[in-house]
Design a protein around this ligand. Structure first.
Ligand code: NAD
Length: 367
C-alpha cells in the first residue's frame, strides 16, 4: 500500500510520526510525506526520510497515494486530485457535516472516519476522540492558569496566606477527567458535574467533589455518549451551576452531545455573576459551546470574565498529540490492512463497518 500524508496548514499536528512510519514500512507499505508536514510538530523532513518515508511535493503525494491519512478534513480539490478508488482516513465528523460522506462517495473514494470507530474495548487503542480529548483537558487548565490573575495553589508566605483556586469542571468524560487531574496537580480545589452517574466514582477517585443534579437521563445504549436532558433537568442544573460559578475562579466546560448542539450550562446571567478575573475555557465551542456567550475560536472578555472558546486545544501540544493520533492510526491499520499491505475490507468487523462512511460510490453514513 502506498500511504500518503500532507502538511495541514491550519493544524500544528502531523498525521503520522517517524516511529509509526518505520513500522508501516516494515509491514510492506510505502509512505509518502509532503515536505514540511512535520515542521510544526518539530519533526524534520530528514527524520521522516530516516524512518523510510519518501519526502516529496504535495502534488506527488496526492497523485501517487493509494491511502491518504489526515487529521482534518482536506479541501474538495485535494480529494478530486486522488487516484480513482483511493482510500482516505481522517476525522470527518459526519454527524456535524452531513454532506461529507456523499461528496466522498461521488468521488469514488473509500473513506474511514476515525471519530466513528465504536467505543468498545477492542477499539480503545484506535480511539482518537479520547486521545485528543485527554490532551485538550490538560491544556485547557494550563490556558486558564496562564490567564488567571491569581495563584492556583494555596500558598503560605511571610506576607500572608493565599487560598487555592476554585475550579468547576462541567462534563466529566475524557477531557473533563484530565482537566480535573491537571487542576488538582496545580493545587486547585475541584468540583465536577456530569449527567452520567458512572462519572461519580471517577471524579471522586481523582480527589474532586461530584455535584449531583437529581433526575438525569442516562442511556447505556448511547455507546458511552450522554443523551439530551429534559427542560426541567436543564433548569435545575443551570441554577445549581450558577450557585457554584459565583465562587469559581476557573470553569472548564466539556459537555457534548453526539450529533447535536452542546447543552447550554452557563447562561449569560451566570457569567455576569462571576468573580472579576475568572476564566472559562469552553471546549465545546465548535458545537455551539456550553456557555451562552462563547465565541468559537475567540478569546473574549465579558464583565471581567475571560471566555476562551476553543475545541482544538489538543494541537497546542503537537508533539504528543501527533504521537497519539499516529499510534491510533497504526492500530486501526492493523485491522484494515493484511500482512502483505493489501486492504482487508471486512464489513463483518464492527470497527470497519462503523467507521467506513463511503465505499464503491455509496454513501454509507446516510444510507
Ligand atoms: P463527550 O465528549 O461526548 O462528552 C463529555 C462529557 O460531557 C461526557 O462525560 C458527558 O456525559 C458529559 N455531558 C453531556 N451533557 C452534559 C450535561 N448536560 N451536563 C453535564 N455533563 C454533560 O464524551 P467523552 O468524554 O468522549 O466520553 C464519555 C464517556 O464515554 C467516557 O467517560 C467513557 O465512560 C466512555 N468511553 C468509553 C470508551 C471505550 O469503552 N472504548 C472510550 C471513550 C469513552
Amino acid at each position: 500500500m502506498q500511504i500518503g500524508i500532507l502538511s495541514e496548514p491550519s493544524d500544528k499536528r502531523v498525521a503520522l510520526v517517524p516511529e509509526v512510519i518505520e513500522q508501516l514500512v516494515q509491514s510492506n507499505n510505502k509512505v509518502l510525506v509532503e515536505s514540511g508536514a512535520g515542521t510544526k510538530s518539530y519533526i524534520s523532513d530528514k527524520l521522516f526520510e530516516q524512518a523510510g518515508a519518501m519526502v516529496t511535493s504535495r502534488e506527488e503525494v496526492l497523485k501517487s497515494t493509494d491511502m491518504l491519512i489526515s487529521i482534518n478534513q482536506l479541501s474538495a480539490d485535494s480529494y478530486r486530485a486522488l487516484k480513482d478508488h483511493a482510500v482516505v482516513i481522517s476525522s470527518f465528523q459526519p454527524f456535524n457535516d452531513k454532506n461529507i460522506s456523499k461528496d466522498l462517495s461521488s468521488n469514488n473514494i473509500t473513506a474511514f472516519s476515525m471519530d466513528m470507530v465504536p467505543r468498545i474495548t477492542l477499539a480503545q487503542s484506535m480511539d482518537v476522540l479520547s486521545s485528543m480529548a485527554s490532551i485538550a483537558g490538560y491544556q485547557a487548565v494550563l490556558e486558564a492558569a496562564a490567564r488567571l490573575p491569581r495563584y492556583f495553589p494555596m500558598l503560605t508566605t511571610a506576607a500572608g496566606t493565599i487560598p487555592p483556586a476554585k475550579v468547576l469542571v462541567l462534563g466529566a468524560g475524557v477531557a473533563g477527567l484530565q482537566a480535573i487531574a491537571t487542576a488538582k496537580r496545580l493545587g486547585g480545589v475541584v468540583e465536577a458535574f456530569d449527567t452520567r452517574l458512572a462519572a461519580k466514582e471517577e471524579v471522586e477517585s481523582l480527589g474532586a467533589k461530584f455535584v449531583m443534579v437529581e433526575g438525569a437521563r442516562d442511556d447505556k445504549a448511547a455507546g458511552g455518549y450522554a443523551v439530551e436532558q429534559t427542560e426541567e433537568y436543564q433548569q435545575k442544573q443551570q441554577a445549581l451551576i450558577q450557585e457554584k460559578a459565583i465562587k469559581a475562579d476557573v470553569i472548564i466546560t466539556t459537555a457534548q452531545l453526539r450529533g447535536k448542539p452542546a447543552p447550554t450550562l452557563i447562561t449569560a446571567e451566570t457569567v455576569k455573576s462571576m468573580k472579576p478575573g475568572a476564566v472559562i475555557v469552553d471546549l465545546a465551542a465548535s458545537t455551539g459551546g456550553n456557555c451562552e456567550v462563547t465565541r468559537n475560536g475567540e478569546t473574549i472578555e465579558v464583565n471581567n470574565v475571560t471566555i476562551i472558546g476553543n475545541s482544538d486545544l489538543a494541537q497546542e501540544v503537537p508533539m504528543h498529540a501527533s504521537h497519539f493520533y499516529s499510534k491510533n492510526i497504526l492500530n486501526f491499520l492493523k485491522v484494515l490492512l493484511r500482512e502483505d499491505g493489501t486492504l482487508n475490507l471486512d464489513f463483518d468487523n464492527e470497527i470497519i463497518k462503523s467507521s467506513c462512511i463511503a465505499h464503491a460510490g455509496q454513501d454509507l453514513f446516510n444510507k
